[in-house]
Design a protein around this ligand. Sequence first.
Ligand code: PHE
Ligand code: ZN
Ligand code: ZN
Length: 311
Amino acid sequence: MRILIALAAALMVTGTTAAQAAAPAVAAAPNINVANVQAHLAQFQSIANSNGGNRAHGRPGFKASIDWVKGKLDAAGFTTRVQSFTYGGATGYNVIADYPGGDANNVVMLGAHLDSVTRGPGINDNGSGSASILEVALQMKATGFKPTKHVRFGWWGAEELGLIGSKAYVRSLPAADKTKIKSYLNFDMTGSPNPGYFVYNGREQGIPPGSVALQQRLEAAFTSFGIKSDLTNVDGRSDHAAFAAAGIPTSGTYAGGDEPKSAAQAAKWGGTAGQFDRCYHQSCDTTANINATVLDKHADVIASTVWGLAA
Ligand code: PHE
Ligand code: ZN
Ligand code: ZN
């Protein structure tokens, strides 16, 4: 009898295991393969090389970047559109890409500016954020992620001239569509050669209160990869500002720019005290101006945060 019970229990356990294996598992965030992100950066570099050395607003390298990003997303099955705007006598563009499915009244949005300055190819600023959210988008499809919330991506034009594209996008949204966006995460410079691991401060002046929860998710993701991040006040210097001004909770990550890196930061993050990115806004912001480890970790943080936030 005891044997029979044990057998039955064993069968039940077996049955449960089989059922669990068959059920669609809650997808764990994929670890982003940094080689894929680097391949996108190589594409941006090649676009700059064949278009006068930059990918700036109003220049052919910018439109080529837009077309290439849109093509990758279309091929993966995203619903894309190009929004145009005019600035400084030139046409600018944003790519908006919707991942099919999820609750349309509960939107998680991620964004990165796709333009460079005219002086260089803009690989860290901001090929890095652009390539990273692109790879996260592609991995959503590749892994068959089925989020409860709707996920949307934006690649912005003319950030370098005053957040022009992201402001145009937010301004274009009817009030009802604005309120559907519950969170906006921004990625601008995530591959800095002298690494940094910053999270946008959710308590910064002018940033909506719900932003602290986003900040904490990003911090927790860094912690899960064994990284001690610091908070940074971005002070309206990137595209989340347009969303924050509309009352949408925002945060993001940043690997540092031309500001100084302290000895304490060098001790905990590697690299050296000095600037995070000596090639900021210069012609040397090429694929050589990227630290693969910092690029990889920020991309992994983006993926794990999207999976956690949208699931
Ligand atoms: N937005 C700035 C630029 O594109 C860089 C930046 C990113 C500054 C994040 C602060 C924080 O030049
Ligand atoms: Zn930037
Ligand atoms: Zn810049």
